[in-house]
Design a binder for this molecule. Structure first.
Ligand code: NAD
Length: 348
């Protein structure tokens, strides 16, 4: 990384905030990418970083992604993300998160925090003691609970849109879905599509999770490698990032790729590869926004039915992306980016 301002320019940024609190040992960064659509919303990571530069880069990269996800989901928020550098020596977790809460409060609602890797509901409860600009708290404090079922609902809606567009089928009855990773979102996704008559094949590094899908939903289990080669209608990556790369794409035997994982394309050009192979790809940040829609609802007063209705609309977003991609003969990931840029430009 060069200078801080070079880095801001490279990631197309205006704002980054730093806080060091000597008493608690807090070292935190808040990156605010864009607030044209509303206050920045995004989770707080609490993990180890080898260098301060790595922490800054992580915050900048993630916050930008949040701008795109929120804009496409149509929620009134910009993109932000925070990072607390996890100390390598003993620390007082409560003191760190109280200090972090004061930092967030000083930003006056310009950034609203939430859970992310390394943080949980208890941490957000500590943050809540010192600031109102926090989501992901307990339901009795207006929290929305586990986002995974909402993420899965949105992915199911995205799959329905892709199946309609690519296979001209109005229902998932008899549609074969291969799910890579049946953790929080993957399992709920399996339940969603199974309830609509889909046939399931699953793979997970944790055999107990795969077996649960087999036992409860009649899923066929295949190896971690074989999931890519499963002859199916829809391949749903729901594990880690970069599932779509030079090695895996040539092996795919599906017509649609639509899943929950973040950063599914190892590089943007892999979205072009999928298009060339006639595979319809639902851009990750467009299809997996259900959890964000749900958590954002906490800001205005949580209403589960309204969150559900908003998440159902992911169908329309994915269908529009597919239509525009076909008309422009362009890859879907690029169309999704264009739609975000149009929405941001419209507010000036
Ligand atoms: P999770 O950790 O609960 O589930 C991931 C599952 O993938 C685990 O069961 C794990 O054993 C399995 N796995 C890991 N590597 C694998 C491999 N190589 N092959 C097969 N299985 C493998 O996580 P999650 O909350 O379900 O999230 C899944 C993905 O969706 C992540 O990329 C996450 O960033 C993204 N996402 C999640 C949410 C949410 O609401 N939880 C929202 C948006 C995006």
């Amino acid at each position: 990384m060069g200078s801080i301002f070079d880095s801001l320019e490279q990631h197309d940024y205006g704002e980054i905030h730093f806080k060091r609190d000597a008493a608690s040992g807090l070292k935190a960064i808040v990156a605010i990418h864009d607030t044209r659509l509303g206050p920045a919303l995004g989770g707080c990571r609490f993990i180890h970083y080898d260098t301060d530069a790595a922490a800054i880069t992580d915050a900048l990269r993630l916050a930008r992604g949040m701008t795109y996800k929120a804009a496409l989901a149509g929620i009134p928020h910009g993109g932000g993300k925070s990072v607390i550098i996890r100390p390598r020596t003993q620390f007082d977790r409560g003191a760190i998160f109280r200090a972090f809460g004061r930092f967030i409060d000083d930003l006056g609602g310009h950034y609203i925090t939430a859970e992310d890797s390394g943080t949980g509901i208890e941490d957000m409860e500590v943050v809540r003691q010192v600031t109102e600009h926090v989501t992901g708290v307990k339901p009795e404090h207006g929290g929305s609970g586990d986002p995974s079922p909402f993420t899965a609902l949105g992915v199911r809606r995205g799959i329905e849109a892709c199946v309609k567009f690519a296979l001209q089928r109005d229902s998932l009855d008899g549609v074969h879905v291969a799910v890579q990773g049946v953790g929080h979102v993957g399992y709920h996704l399996c339940r969603e599509v199974h309830a609509l008559g889909a046939k399931l094949t699953v793979a997970d590094i944790d055999p107990l999770k795969a077996e649960r899908a087999q036992r409860e939903l009649g899923a066929e289990i295949v190896s971690l490698d074989a999931i890519f080669e499963t002859e199916c209608d829809v391949f749903a990556p729901c594990a880690l990032g970069s599932a779509l790369n030079d090695e895996t794409i040539p092996r795919l035997k599906c017509k649609v790729v639509a899943g929950a994982a973040n950063n599914q394309l190892a590089e943007p050009r892999h979205g072009d590869d999928l298009m060339q192979r006639g595979i319809l790809y639902a851009p990750d940040y467009a299809i997996n926004a259900g959890g964000l829609v749900n958590v954002a609802a906490e800001v205005t007063g949580y209403d589960e039915a309204r969150s559900r209705a908003r998440t159902m609309e992911i169908y329309d977003t994915i269908y529009e992306i597919a239509e525009r991609a076909q008309a422009a003969m362009a890859p879907t990931y690029r169309i999704a980016d264009t739609m975000v840029e149009e929405r941001l430009a419209a507010v000036g």
